[in-house]
Design a protein around this ligand. Sequence first.
Ligand code: NAD
Length: 339
Amino acid sequence: MTHTVTLIPGDGIGPEVASAMRRVVEATGVAIEWEVFDAGEAMIEKYGTPLPEHILESIRRNRVGIKGPITTPVGKGFRSVNVALRKELDLYANVRPAMSIPGVPARYEGVDLVVVRENTEGLYVGIEHDVIANEAAEAIRIITRRATERVVRFAFEYARANGRKLVTAVHKANILKLTDGLFLRVAEEVAAEYPDIAFNDRIVDALSMQLVQRPHEYDVLVLPNLFGDIVSDICSGLVGGLGVTPGANMGDGIAVFEPVHGSAPKYTGKNMVNPTATIRSGALMLRFLGETDAADRIERAVTRVIAEGRATTYDLKPRRDDPTAVGTQEMADAIIAAL
Ligand code: NAD
């Protein structure tokens, strides 16, 4: 069977890591027809938008997509394509597993966390305005019962399906009594439907400290959008950095996979960055497509190449200027050879 998948290489380092991922996925022998589209700033002149409608149509049709990172201008310019994509396709749960990989330099061994980030509301609704130009500005943060309920339920279903024992709801309900108060209350209600999975909650600042000191006490974390964004980068840092952590934006029967990291513009075109996060996102995609065997083979090949430590990129070396570091495509070649 041939799967049709929408592929958005992205910009910055996106095309490099996307091409590495594509080669590895194809090397498993799974037949995939790729519908490839560019998105981001370069599209504005031609289509008047960084996220042309034909891309959304392609993903809606195929029910599956995979993307490299896309740059969002800081403090000005157009709205994030990544956020718009999640919102337009109602990909409400952003799943970011962070697991220690033997051979990756990191603070701890045996870290095994899954961040489930609410993906459609919170501060990322992007409703901001000036109250007094240059003096005061306001942003709106929306938390709804509907979005909270489905993302918390997703976290519990994920826990059940993956043999996980604990779901922690993360919030700031001591200060944000209405918005995060609602998030916490709804999380507690949903938790009551899952007596087989333990549940607790943490205030986001305390959780951040505890993750750094005692990450083994946590399992599945479910968070509102902004906290999920920040905490998933902390979790990436615990297991070796942004170069290794994959992600999945999940809706009902539709998904778009992407690494946690961004477009790292300063590395563009240098064939330097780690393709692992995007390759592992490709493995998550194969799992979603029911190609479990190919997904397992990629995971094993990645683990082996990293454990051997010969064909790895600069970020996985003890020193960043290690002359034995290989390039993005060379690491992908080693993973293909190990498949
Ligand atoms: P970033 O993740 O792009 O890079 C931060 C640093 O992390 C890099 O300088 C590099 O040291 C390291 N890094 C990232 N990816 C790596 C890899 N594959 N291998 C090795 N090291 C890696 O974050 P940033 O610099 O804050 O953001 C750059 C741009 O990316 C911004 O425009 C931002 O909006 C965008 N962004 C996009 C997404 C997405 O597409 N989903 C996610 C995050 C950020």
